[in-house]
Ligand binder design. Structure first.
Ligand code: SIN
Length: 287
């Protein structure tokens, strides 16, 4: 396997891998190195990949068990583990998640087993817009003062699909609406708000935005006020990084140490404006 290169994506954050071809044979040692790199970097971008949806699924399996998305009506027809993200419309309907992820969240925090990693393959990218923003929840945790650390130690949040901040009004940034069938899968789940990473053991703030609806053992008002305070803390510019996609990027993000949000983008109007990404979220870090 030819030597590939790893550089920081930006100073002190993320990793960029070049010179690797995932369509060719990839040996176990390379996969193990990529996995280590990913867990050290939180956000890892592998440039210039031209692989089929099936090969993309094969690659994703090395980072966890692919978790088909609750938005069953949008799943990829041949590989249902893939959820397309897109601003392309056919017959008046988006062919993937459009406008449905432009709020801070951690993928599948509304599931009993939340997602450890999300992996996207950027197939078409617009000339302008379509970035994803990431907030570093390790850094956000490290920056909390002693009083707050004591206040939040051992607290558990209750989660449910959606975004608690905007359900009272109409906004393009609302969570994607579920069909009646999909709503049958919605239920409350519980996750700690300080989460030690399953691989690195480093503690992060977890699930303080969107899907969290309250804190167990606290009344609604003070519980939500605390979640809002922690969410505002974590979304400060000093913790936020922006990824601008290049066509061919495979981007892996660690859901336990990063929260993210899509940026709003207009509907595609032709060449240079189309955004089409394949996304797989995984759960349970493999040994
Ligand atoms: C997501 O939240 O999974 C999608 C992010 C994006 O479309 O930029």
């Amino acid at each position: 396997m030819p030597e590939y290169k790893v550089n920081a994506l930006e100073e002190g954050f993320g990793a960029e891998v070049t010179g690797l071809d995932l369509s060719a044979e990839v040996d176990a040692a390379t996969v193990a190195r990529l996995r280590r790199q990913f867990h050290d970097s939180q956000l890892m971008v592998i440039r210039d990949q031209h692989i089929t949806p099936q090969r993309f699924l094969w690659f994703a399996r090395h980072f966890g068990e692919p978790q088909p998305h609750i938005l069953a009506h949008l799943r990829h027809k041949e590989v249902p583990e893939i959820l397309p993200l897109s601003n392309i419309f056919e017959d008046g309907k988006p062919i993937g998640v459009f406008d449905g992820a432009a709020f801070w969240h951690q993928d599948m925090a509304y599931e009993d087993v939340a997602s450890n990693a999300t992996i996207v393959h950027a197939l078409e990218v617009p000339v302008e817009g379509g970035e994803t923003l990431f907030a570093d929840m390790w850094a956000a945790y490290d920056a909390l003062d002693e009083t707050t650390l004591e206040r939040i130690a051992g607290l558990v949040a209750r989660h449910r699909y959606g975004n608690r901040s905007d359900e009272q009004y109409e906004t393009r940034a609302k969570a994607m609406e579920l069909t009646e069938d999909e709503q049958q899968d919605v239920h409350d789940v519980y996750h700690p708000i300080v989460l030690p990473h399953p691989v690195t053991e480093r503690p992060a703030l977890y699930g303080v935005t969107s899907t969290s609806r309250g804190i167990v053992s606290m009344d609604d008002a003070p519980g939500l006020a605390l979640l809002d305070e922690l969410a505002a803390h974590a979304a400060q510019d000093r913790f936020v990084h922006t990824h601008r996609y290049q066509a061919g990027d495979i981007v892996l993000w660690d859901n336990f140490s990063l929260m993210h949000k899509a940026t709003l983008i207009d509907r595609a109007r032709g060449p240079g404006t189309r955004r089409y990404l394949h996304r797989i979220s995984t759960k349970t870090v493999p040994n």
